[in-house]
Ligand binder design. Structure first.
Ligand code: BGC
Length: 366
């Protein structure tokens, strides 16, 4: 009888192990193991610039591939109240992690208090969110290095280490509320300022501070209008005052500078050196046409992949991968960050970087 009871108990034990998935590992940690997949909120600033559409689409696709439900929202065209109310909705509908590319780094403090109260981790995407202790992680590119690459491109193209100059240059950076702008501008100026100080580079407008050269909302029209003013007030033209370089922090501002210069007669034969960032399609076309000189390629697929890895680690109770614990202080302390690597893109390597890698098709940039 005893034997029978023992056999019966072994049988019951085996049955219950089988019901738990065999190996006794009762907790399946895959994101969609429950009926309700875990929902992730992704908040992007605008649909009017190509890069954010790509970022949003990449994030959604990769998160869904990993088994998550995604609430992807674009805040109109850089509309701060829209971004705030979209985040409130994400919190209310039960998103478990928020991934946010902020329009204005300092405008989310209040709404993120709600996230913190409900233990919803926040990942700052590409742009750091300032003055909020709700931010758990930050994933971006090495933004200072982006600016350094732009400065070094100009340094090499004008042979500043050897030439006496003076060369004329004008500077453009981005929206003052975007924390990245200070890094891009700071990186470029770390290379260019010594030459400005020694007189090898001259800024005829005299506009050399970040505040003086910023571009509201990073808008092409705003940069274009400022370049038009600079042309008028300094007499730049192919036959007038020589303009050797325009250091622009990104492609949307570079496009403004190119448009203004082309409209007063500059061509690929005589246009100044113009820098950019993002490798937006119209800018790659401009590079192929010999107008914009370079861009900095930031592969948004890599950034999205890293952020999805962070989300997954957070949801599963692991440690997200980070590689920088020093650079990005948001006013509440340093935010653990992952910095992806930017790459210089010119007419010489764009095919390999952008087409061979599958980022664009040939047709995209024709
Ligand atoms: C991004 C740039 C982009 C700019 C304008 C910055 O925060 O890092 O890639 O060009 O915003 O959207």
């Amino acid at each position: 009888m005893k034997k029978l009871i023992v056999l019966f108990m072994v049988f019951v034990l085996l049955l219950s192990m089988a019901a738990c998935g065999g190996g006794g590992e009762g907790t399946d940690t895959s994101a969609d193991s429950s009926d309700e997949a875990v929902m992730i909120g992704v908040s992007m600033p605008t649909q009017s610039l190509q890069r954010w559409n790509q970022d949003g689409a990449n994030m959604k696709a990769k998160l869904e591939e990993a088994g998550y439900k995604v609430d992807l929202q674009y805040a109109g065209d850089n509309d701060i109240p829209t971004q705030v109310s979209q985040l409130e909705n994400m919190i209310t509908e039960g998103c478990k992690v928020l991934v946010i590319a902020a329009i204005d780094g300092s405008s989310l403090t209040e709404v993120l208090k709600q996230a913190k109260e409900q233990d919803i981790p926040v990942i700052a995407y590409d742009r750091l969110i300032m003055n909020s202790d709700a931010v758990s992680y930050y994933a971006t590119f090495d933004n200072f290095l982006v600016g350094v690459m732009q400065g070094q491109y100009i340094e090499e193209a004008l042979d500043l280490k050897n030439a006496e100059g003076p060369f004329n240059i004008e500077l453009f950076t981005g929206d003052p509320a975007d924390n990245n702008a200070a890094f891009f501008f700071g990186g470029a100026m770390s290379i260019l300022k010594p030459y400005i100080d020694s007189g090898v580079l001259v800024v005829p407008s005299g506009q050399t501070t970040q505040a003086q050269v910023s571009t509201a909302d990073w808008k092409t029209e705003v940069a274009q209008a400022r370049m038009e003013n600079l042309i008028t007030s300094n007499g730049y033209s192919p036959k007038g005052t020589k303009l050797d370089a325009v250091c622009c922090s990104n492609d949307s501002t570079a496009m403004g500078a190119v448009n203004a210069l082309v409209s007063v007669g500059y061509t690929n034969e005589n246009i100044p050196i113009i820098t950019g960032q993002d490798c937006d399609k119209p800018n790659v076309k401009s590079m192929v046409a010999g107008l914009q000189s370079m861009s900095v390629f930031k592969d948004t697929r890599t950034l999205a992949g890293k952020v999805v890895g962070m989300v997954d680690a957070i949801v599963k109770g692991g440690e997200p991968e980070i590689n920088d614990t020093e650079t990005y202080d948001n006013g509440t302390g340093v935010i653990p960050s992952y910095l992806c690597s930017p790459v210089i893109c010119t007419i010489d390597n764009y095919e390999e970087l952008l087409i061979d890698s599958g980022y664009y098709t040939e047709a995209d940039i024709q």
